[in-house]
Design a protein. Structure first.
Ligand code: SF4
Length: 432
């Protein structure tokens, strides 16, 4: 029987155009219906040199469904190369060309001798959501653009983390991960955001290892790079937020990379001293508000639900109610992700629900006894239900309508402090 899905938290795989856009001077060329791009173009902070409103698109119609849209794809790529100055062109296919059987790979191969590289990723919406689409884009870069390198740069680390734009804090988070890696003496390499782009893509094969900071998104990419490019990888499933997780993260990365332990401990000590100095100054605020925020729920993708749950338990001593993962985590990854919610301090374990239907999530939140005012960190959809329970709400995941973020971040020691500031800014307003 057909199922109704109330307010899902992701877009179709073609939403991966956002991942392409996040790679500077890389242009998505859409082979899809005209409405596909429009539907996906409303995200805040996505204007600039290229923006969704100017992405070239074949805008295929009924005639192309009957006769095929490959001619149109050829001319669209051809014209994009002539009139748009980019470093890399990535063709993204939508549902219609894939259903009617257009051989987009064949058309793209006709541009093998073009001045600029042209590759393609199959991102039809029926294949999955934009988390999978993001993986498809990285896959396309690995399979069609990158070549194995015998030259290795000692200490060079490729970092992979958030899905750009889907995560509000993607830019700040990845920059802060870079900073942390740099502080322990390694050289970070990332492809998303300001002044990265194709020159950093070209450095990928020279890395000592890949570092994946994500519960599941990107894991298949890491395996592919290990096979094709001979790059080993470290999978760190938790986005490190706050002192407990960030120190653990640095120790694990340092050990994998063979960094001197003393050096790591020195970096950790410096950060922790300042972190706990700040916490100490506001200890009275935490004690007062503990009464009103005994239990919490996070409603977000696996990345944020896990990272924030660990932070709120391990660093702030709060008690988890059910945590909701909304990214349609692949079934074969769920057990592993759920295991992570059992690795909390103080012998605590969090119950986790993989749920994409907001109606069911809201019913569970309403029926749970939070032993006081609930603290809910989630998408904008959770605002009304939390306010109905007189709880405290913070909009940390998509959809976001409560916050504008340029390059703010929640990663690391500083990110943990930012998250505390945001949570308690909401909490103290109760007393106004
Ligand atoms: S699901 Fe298919 S038809 Fe709909 S927007 Fe995505 S690619 Fe286009």
């Amino acid at each position: 029987m057909a199922k109704l899905l109330d307010k899902q938290r992701y877009k179709c795989a073609l939403g991966a155009m956002q991942s392409v856009q996040a790679i500077e001077r890389t242009l998505p060329v859409l082979h899809s219906g005209p409405g596909c791009a429009q539907k996906l173009s409303e995200s805040i902070g996505s204007s600039g040199y290229f923006s969704p409103n100017i992405f070239p698109c074949t805008s295929i119609n009924e005639k192309d469904v009957v006769f095929g849209g490959t001619k149109k794809l050829h001319s669209t790529i051809d014209n994009a190369l002539k009139v748009i100055d980019a470093d890399l062109y990535i063709v993204l296919t939508g549902c219609i060309p894939e259903i009617v059987g257009d051989d987009s790979g064949e058309i793209v191969s006709e541009f093998a001798d073009a001045d600029k590289p042209v590759i393609y990723a199959q991102t039809a919406g029926f294949k999955g959501n934009n988390y999978k689409g993001h993986e498809q884009v990285v896959d396309a870069i690995i399979e069609q653009y990158l070549k194995k390198s015998d030259l290795k740069e000692e200490g060079l680390v490729n970092i992979w983390a958030d899905v750009p734009y889907q995560d509000l804090f993607w830019l700040g988070n990845i920059r802060e991960l870079e900073n942390l890696i740099r502080e322990i003496g390694l050289t970070p390499n990332t492809i998303f955001g300001y002044k990265r782009g194709i020159k950093n893509i070209d450095r990928i094969p020279k890395a000592q290892f890949n570092l994946l900071v994500s519960p599941w998104v990107g894991l298949s990419n890491m395996k592919k790079m290990e096979r094709k490019l001979g790059i080993p990888y470290l999978h760190y499933p938790t986005l490190p937020i706050g002192a407990t997780e960030t120190s653990k993260f640095l120790r694990e990365v340092g050990k994998f990379a063979g960094v001197d332990e003393e050096k790591i401990e020195k970096v950790i000590k410096e950060h922790e001293d300042y972190y706990y100095y700040l916490i100490e100054r506001y200890a009275d605020l935490f004690l007062e508000n503990r009464v009103i925020n005994k239990q919490f729920s996070v409603v977000a993708d696996a990345q944020y639900t896990l990272g924030i749950t660990k932070f709120l338990v391990n660093d702030l001593g709060l008690v988890p109610a059910t945590q909701f993962i909304t990214d349609d985590t692949p079934k074969n990854q769920r057990e592993k992700v759920a295991e992570e919610f059992k690795k909390l301090n103080f012998g605590l374990e969090a119950e986790v629900a993989f749920e994409t239907d907001s109606h069911k999530i809201h019913e569970e939140i309403k029926s749970h006894d939070y032993h006081g005012y609930p603290l809910v960190l989630g998408g904008y959809y959770e605002k009304e239900v939390t306010e109905g329970l007189s709880g405290n709400f913070l909009n940390i995941s998509w959809p976001v309508q409560d916050k504008v973020v340029f390059d703010d971040f929640y990663v690391g020691y500083t990110g943990g402090i930012r998250l505390i500031e945001d949570i308690y800014t909401v909490a103290v307003q109760r007393f106004n």
